[in-house]
Design a binder for this molecule. Structure first.
Ligand code: AQP
Length: 329
C-alpha cells in the first residue's frame, strides 16, 4: 500500500511563486509515488475575515491552479475542506487535548494576531484544525513550505498526546520540505517571507500575474550595493533571486555558481524574470483551458470529496470510540 500524503492551501489572496516552489511543485513531483490528498482549506481561510463571494470564487481558482500545475485528479484527490465535515469534528476532539500554551507559542499566530485589533478564537485554533486535516487521513507525509514546519511539529505533539491518553489512534506524520525553495522571501523585503496577505505591488509574483507585471516586480527586487554576485558573501535579496532561479530551473549548486558568479544584478534579475515567465506562461494557458471547461473543476471537487470522505469518517469513528464518545454499535 502506498503511504498517504496530505497538504493544502488557503483560498485567501493570490497564490504566488512561494506557494508554488514551497509546496505545489513538490506535490506534482510525488503524486505518482504516494496516495495524495490535496485540499483547499477554506475553513482555515475564514480564521480572518473573507468577503463571502470572493472566497467562493477563490476556492475554484485554487483548485484550477492545482490542476494547471499538473495535479492529476485521476491519481490524486483535489477536495475542499468544508465539503468533508469530519475536519471540523475531529478538530474539536483535538482541541480538547491541546493546551492553550502550545497554541500561543506559534510564530504564525503571534505574527497574525499582532496585526489584528481583536483576535478571533479561530486564529488561535488554526494549528489544531491543521492537525485535524492531516490526522483525519492518517497521512504519513506532509509536503509544505518551511513556514509550516512548526505547525507540523505541533501536529505530532497533539497526535502523541491523544495516542498516549486514549491509545494508538493516529499515524505520526513526517514533514517534507523541498531542498530548494522551502522559504521564498518577499522581493521588496527579503527579510520577510513572500506572503499572500502582503499586497504591496513589488512583494510577490502571483501565479496568475501577467508576464510584464512579473518582470517588473523581479527587476525592482531589493538587492544590495555590491557590484555583482559573490557566492561567498550573498546578501538576502540576491540569495532569494538565486533560489528562485534554481528552484525553477532545477540547476545544481555547481551550475548555479559557474553561471552566475560575478554577474551584475541587472543581468541576474533579467535571467530570473525569464525563467519565471517561461514557467508561468504555459501554466497560465493550462489554467485558462481548465477554467474554460464549464463545470469541470466543480466535478473534480465533488468526486474527490466523495472518494476521501469514507477515510475521514473511519478516523472520526475510531477517535470517538477511543474517547468514549457515543457511536452506533
Ligand atoms: N514564501 C513561501 N515560500 C515557500 N513556501 C511557502 N508557502 C507559503 N509561503 C511560502 C507554502 O505554501 C503552502 C500554502 O500556504 P497557505 O495557503 O497555508 O498559507 P501560508 O503558509 O500562510 O502562506 P501565505 O502565502 O503567507 O498566506 P497568508 O498570507 O494568507 O498567510 C504551505 O505549504 C506553505 O508552507
Amino acid at each position: 500500500m502506498r503511504a498517504r500524503v496530505f497538504s493544502g492551501m488557503q483560498p485567501s489572496g493570490n497564490l504566488h511563486i512561494g506557494n508554488y516552489l514551497g509546496a505545489l511543485k513538490n506535490w506534482v513531483r510525488i503524486q505518482q509515488e504516494y496516495e495524495c490528498i490535496f485540499c483547499i482549506v477554506d475553513l482555515h481561510a475564514v480564521t480572518v475575515y473573507q468577503e463571502p463571494a470572493a472566497l467562493r470564487a477563490k476556492i475554484e481558482e485554487i483548485a484550477g491552479l492545482y490542476l494547471a500545475a499538473g495535479i492529476d485528479p485521476q491519481v490524486s484527490a483535489v477536495m475542499v475542506q468544508s465539503a468533508v465535515p469530519e475536519h471540523a469534528e475531529l478538530a474539536w476532539m483535538l482541541t480538547c487535548v491541546t493546551p492553550v500554551g502550545w497554541l500561543e507559542r506559534m510564530t504564525q499566530y503571534k505574527a497574525k494576531a499582532a496585526k489584528q485589533e481583536s483576535v478571533g478564537d479561530g486564529l488561535l485554533q488554526y494549528p489544531v484544525l491543521m492537525a485535524a486535516d492531516i490526522l483525519l487521513y492518517q497521512a504519513a507525509i506532509v509536503p509544505v513550505g518551511d513556514d509550516q514546519a512548526q505547525h507540523l511539529e505541533l501536529t505530532r505533539d497533539i497526535a502523541q498526546r491523544f495516542n498516549s491518553l486514549y491509545g494508538e489512534t493516529f499515524v505520526m506524520p513526517a514533514t517534507s520540505l523541498p531542498s530548494v525553495g522551502a522559504r521564498i522571501m518577499g522581493l521588496d523585503d527579503p527579510q520577510v517571507k513572500m506572503s499572500k496577505s502582503e499586497t504591496g505591488a513589488g512583494h510577490a509574483v502571483g501565479l496568475l500575474d501577467p508576464p510584464d507585471k512579473a518582470r517588473k516586480a523581479i527587476m525592482r527586487a531589493t538587492t544590495d550595493s555590491a557590484p555583482g554576485v559573490d557566492f561567498d558573501n550573498l546578501g538576502p535579496g540576491v540569495a532569494n533571486l538565486l533560489t528562485i532561479y534554481q528552484a525553477f530551473s532545477g540547476w545544481t549548486d555547481d551550475q548555479m555558481r559557474k553561471h552566475f558568479a560575478g554577474m551584475r544584478y541587472g543581468d541576474l534579475k533579467k535571467q530570473v524574470a525569464d525563467v519565471v515567465i517561461a514557467h508561468l506562461e504555459p501554466f497560465q494557458k493550462r489554467y485558462r483551458e481548465i477554467m474554460g471547461e464549464r463545470g469541470y473543476v466543480a466535478r473534480v471537487l465533488a468526486e474527490s470529496a466523495f472518494r476521501v470522505r469514507p477515510l475521514a469518517a473511519a478516523t472520526v469513528e475510531l477517535a470517538k470510540r477511543r474517547m468514549g464518545l457515543y457511536t452506533a454499535e
